[in-house]
Design a protein around this ligand. Sequence first.
Ligand code: IMP
Ligand code: MG
Length: 178
Amino acid sequence: MDYELGNVLLRKKDIEQRVRELALDISSAYGDRDLVIIAVLKGAVVFLSDLIRSLPVSMAVELDFLGVSSYGSSTESSGVVRIIKDLDINISGKNVIIVEDIVDTGLTLSYLVNILRERDPEVLDVCALLDKPSRRRTDVDIAFRGFEIPDEFVVGYGLDYSGKWRNLPEIYSLIEKP
Ligand code: IMP
Ligand code: MG
C-alpha cells in the first residue's frame, strides 16, 4: 500500500501548549523529586525533547532510552516486542516515567512496563503524547496523556510511517494514495 500525507490532525501551537500542560502535571505530581525519563526510540524523541525542557529547573532529570522493534507490518503492532537497546542506568529505587509517542493496541507499552517493573523502580508512570483508545487490546495505565485521537494512522512530530516523516512539526493523518 502507498500512502501520502492527509490533513493536519494536530497543529504545532496545540502540541506546544499540551506539552507544557503535561510538564506542569508531571511537576505537580513529582514535586522536586529526581526523575528518570525513559524514551522509547525512535518515535518519542521529539516529544521527549520538548517535554523535558518544559519541566521546572528545580527538577533534576536523568534520561535514558529503550530501543524496541516490533515484528509485523508497519502500520500494525504485533505485540511481539524485541529490545534492541536496553537502558544504560539502574532504575532500582528511582522515580521513572516512560515516554511514548503513541499508545495504540497497548501491547508494546504493557510489555515494557512489565519488564521495567521487575527492576524495582520506586514509581513507574507512563506519559504518552497520543492515545488511540479504540484500538486497545490490553490495559495500560497512562498517567500523563497528551491527546486522544481517532483510529487513524498519523505521522510527524517523531511519528513515522516506514521510517519517514518524523521531522514534520505538526501531526498529519496518513491517507492511501489513489
Ligand atoms: P502498540 O503496541 O499497538 O500500542 O503500538 C505502539 C507503537 O506502534 C507506537 O510506539 C508507534 O511506534 C507505532 N504506532 C502505532 N500507531 C501509530 C501511528 O498512528 N503512527 C505512527 N506510529 C504508530
Ligand atoms: Mg514507538
